[in-house]
Design a protein around this ligand. Structure first.
Ligand SMILES: Cc1cc2nc3c(=O)[nH]c(=O)nc-3n(C[C@H](O)[C@H](O)[C@H](O)COP(=O)(O)O)c2cc1C
Length: 123
């Protein structure tokens, strides 16, 4: 499962192209299985507060982080929400996408999901 947060629609559009089950983050969502967190970057290199709250309660099931950002914000803060979460929860940063990213990004995400998350569910 991918849990995603999308404010302006970029991540939602990406999710529609991926062959991976996904659920949009809503208040109170509780996970009982391994998942990947797909978030945008907010503020100046910040994790969206809804994602922060969700991860505090569910981060122990998180197997990796995918982030979308915008390179125009500058190298230091581009997609930094992903760097922060990956470090905080000690999981891989699977991919950092510029806005809606590219086909190669989608393939990398799908590969990680099927090799690492599905495999983990079977254990
Ligand atoms: C208020 C605001 C602040 C943002 N801050 C950053 C930032 O610090 N770093 C970054 O890489 N992208 C930043 N972005 C870009 C978004 O993370 C990016 O557009 C992302 O694709 C949005 O995903 P969504 O359309 O699914 O919400 C910001 C966007 C907005 C509107």
């Amino acid at each position: 499962m991918i849990v995603y947060a999308s404010r302006t629609g970029n991540i939602r559009a990406i999710i529609e192209k991926l062959n991976v089950p996904a659920v949009q983050l809503t208040a109170g969502l509780a996970m009982t299985e391994p998942f990947l967190m797909f978030t945008y970057t907010d503020g100046i290199g910040q994790v969206p507060s809804s994602v922060e709250t969700f991860m505090q309660d569910n981060g122990h099931y998180c197997q990796g982080v995918i982030v979308s950002g915008n390179r125009n914000f500058g190298h230091d803060v581009f997609g930094r929400a992903g760097d922060i979460l990956a470090k905080q929860y000690n999981v891989p940063l699977v991919r950092k996408l510029d806005l809606r990213g590219y086909q190669a990004d989608y393939e990398a995400v799908e590969q990680f999901y099927f090799e690492r998350v599905v495999a983990c569910k079977r254990m």
